[in-house]
Design a protein. Structure first.
Length: 276
C-alpha cells in the first residue's frame, strides 16, 4: 500500500492535489477517517475513501452510494490516496482526473470484521461509517467483474448498504448534493472559486451527458464569478471560511464523528468533558 501509483499518475506542478510525500503513521488512539468525493471528470462519479494503514483505500463509485439495500453499486478499486487527500476540494485543470472535486461527505469508519487485511484479500469488507450523509453498516464485495466476461482484474467491487436505521429508499446523492467543506457549495461554486474560464477549450468531457453537465456548470460558475466581483465582502468571508475548513476538515471529522463541522454547543461541551 504505497503511493507510487498515485504519484505516477499525477503531475503536481500542474495539479493542486496533495503530493502526499509519505504514508502517514496511523495513530492507534484515533478513529479512522473516511470521505466521499464527488468528482466530475470524464464521467461523474463518487470516490469512497477509507483510511487504512496510513493511506486512503479508494473506490470510484459511478452512481454514488445508495441508502437502498437492494441497490448494488459498482465500485471500481483505484489507487491508494494520501491521507491529506481527504481534505481536498477543488479543480484539477488538466491531466489525470481533470475536472471538479467536491468533498461530499466526511466522518469516521470502523471495520465490522476482526481482520481488515484478510477481508480485503477475501474481497468482503463489512464496515460502519459515521458521516454527515452516510451512516450505519455497509459492505464492499469484490465481484468477478461486470459485462458477463467472468474474468476480472480484481478491481470490480459492489458497495451495498446493509438494512438498518440508516437505510431507506432515498436518493442521497440527489437529496444532499452539496459540499460538506464549503457551506452551500455545489460544483459550480467550487469552479467559480477557482478559475471558471480554464476550460474555454479542451474541457474534461465534450459530448454526451457529462459534456452537457460541464457546459452548464461552467456557465453558472462564470455567472457566480461575475456576481462576486461586485460583492467583495461576501468573497472575503467565503475565502476565510474556506481556509479554516481546509485546515480542520480531517481533524474535525476524527474528533466529532458524524457531527456537523459547526458542532453544536452540547457536542462541544461533551468533547471538552471527555478530554479533561
Ligand atoms: Mn475520481
Amino acid at each position: 500500500m504505497a503511493l507510487d501509483e498515485y504519484k505516477k499518475k499525477r503531475n503536481f506542478a500542474k495539479s493542486p492535489e496533495p503530493a502526499g510525500s509519505v504514508p502517514e503513521k496511523p495513530k492507534a488512539d484515533e478513529p479512522l477517517f473516511f470521505c466521499v468525493q464527488k468528482h466530475l471528470a470524464s464521467h461523474l462519479h463518487y470516490d469512497l475513501r477509507l483510511e487504512w494503514k496510513g493511506v486512503l483505500l479508494s473506490w470510484a463509485v459511478p452512481k454514488g452510494p445508495s441508502l437502498n439495500p437492494s441497490d448494488k453499486r459498482l465500485a471500481m478499486k483505484v489507487e491508494d490516496h494520501p491521507i491529506e487527500y481527504g481534505n481536498f476540494e477543488g479543480v484539477i485543470p488538466e491531466g489525470y482526473g481533470a475536472g471538479i472535486v467536491m468533498l461530499w461527505d466526511i466522518g469516521t469508519w470502523a471495520p465490522e470484521v476482526a481482520d481488515v487485511d484478510a477481508a480485503l484479500r477475501k474481497g468482503d469488507l463489512k464496515f460502519r461509517v459515521d458521516g454527515y450523509k452516510l451512516k450505519g453498516s455497509w459492505v464492499l464485495v469484490r465481484t468477478r467483474g461486470y459485462g458477463g466476461r467472468g474474468e476480472s482484474d480484481g478491481r470490480s467491487w459492489l458497495l451495498i448498504k446493509h438494512r438498518d436505521d440508516w437505510s431507506g429508499p432515498v436518493d442521497i446523492a440527489e437529496l444532499a448534493p452539496l459540499s460538506v467543506k464549503t457551506p452551500e457549495a455545489d460544483l459550480a461554486d467550487i469552479l467559480a472559486a477557482d478559475n471558471p474560464s480554464i476550460w474555454r477549450s479542451n474541457r474534461p468531457a465534450q459530448g454526451g451527458d457529462t459534456g452537457k453537465m460541464f457546459e452548464k456548470i461552467i456557465a453558472r460558475a462564470l455567472e457566480i464569478k461575475e456576481g462576486r466581483t461586485t460583492d467583495q465582502d461576501n468573497t472575503i468571508t467565503k475565502a476565510t471560511k474556506k481556509k479554516k475548513a481546509e485546515d480542520e476538515t480531517i481533524t474535525t471529522a476524527r474528533k466529532a464523528p458524524g457531527r456537523s463541522a459547526k458542532a453544536s454547543a452540547p457536542a462541544k461541551a461533551r468533547q471538552k468533558k471527555s478530554s479533561s
